[in-house]
Design a protein around this ligand. Structure first.
Ligand SMILES: [Zn+2]
Length: 237
């Protein structure tokens, strides 16, 4: 590989390096991971609310159990008193107490049933949210694994290119490297062009016959484009 070929390869390596670096930033996993993380955060927020509702309902249901126990004891007591009581007024009073406590038990049962129905709904929602959370966590783990693999692949290719660049750069004189670096900056990674017929490959402006004749007379393998001033690789053989 001569210096002219080395300059062309240097440009290819630099362009490939930029392409790989940009592709790594634009990998579809980045957006998918962000979406999965947002969805996971949302479902976790919902789960906190659902679990809170479920615990409240469970406490309510236990509370109704206690209230029912209290009411049942009152009912038993009133029922016993009713059997042993002989006084007509006391009997009437006990009857109304029994009615009241029976109504109270009915009301407790009704409220407890409502709470139980709500609990079934909330438990179903909790189960669904847990399943969604598990699915998202799994999806996220897979995406992170695949992103890591792709980034590792990119890293390996970049390392190989870096190694090759060192070898290729060693074939280019320090002065030419400095010229390449300046042109590279000016022409955004397209410092070098080749000449095919009378057309340079990057600026693609057909050279005037006099310009072409000058290049041909000099026969420099590494020249400069008279139009855009890129490094111009020529091949007069
Ligand atoms: Zn040019």
């Amino acid at each position: 590989m001569d210096e002219a070929q080395a300059l062309l390869r240097l440009q290819e390596i630099d362009l490939e390096t930029i392409r790989i670096t940009n592709d790594a930033k634009k990998l579809p996993q980045h957006a998918k991971i962000a979406a999965a993380q947002a969805a996971l955060k949302k479902v976790q927020g919902e789960l906190v609310k659902i679990v809170g509702q479920r615990k409240d309902l469970q406490m309510d249901i236990e509370g109704f159990d206690r209230l029912r126990g209290d009411a049942e004891r009152l009912e038993q007591q009133a029922s016993q008193d009713f059997q042993t009581s002989a006084d007509a007024r006391a009997v009437a009073d006990l009857e109304s107490r029994l009615n009241a406590v029976t109504k109270r038990i009915e009301k407790i049962d009704y409220q407890q049933n409502q709470a139980l129905e709500q609990l079934i709904t909330v438990e179903r929602a909790e189960k669904n949210a847990n399943a969604l959370q598990a699915r998202l966590q799994n999806e996220l783990a897979q995406l992170l694994g695949s992103l890591k693999q792709e980034l590792l692949d990119s890293q390996n290719r970049l390392t190989a290119l870096k190694r090759e660049r060192e070898e290729v750069a060693a074939l280019v004189s320090p002065e030419m490297q400095a010229r390449y670096n300046r042109a590279n900056e000016r022409f955004k990674g397209r410092a070098v062009e080749t000449l095919t017929g009378n057309k340079p490959s990057s600026c693609r402006v057909a050279l005037q016959p006099a310009q072409y004749a000058d290049l041909k007379r000099r026969k420099l393998p590494v020249d400069e484009c008279p139009y855009c001033h890129r490094i111009l690789i020529t091949d007069w053989h």
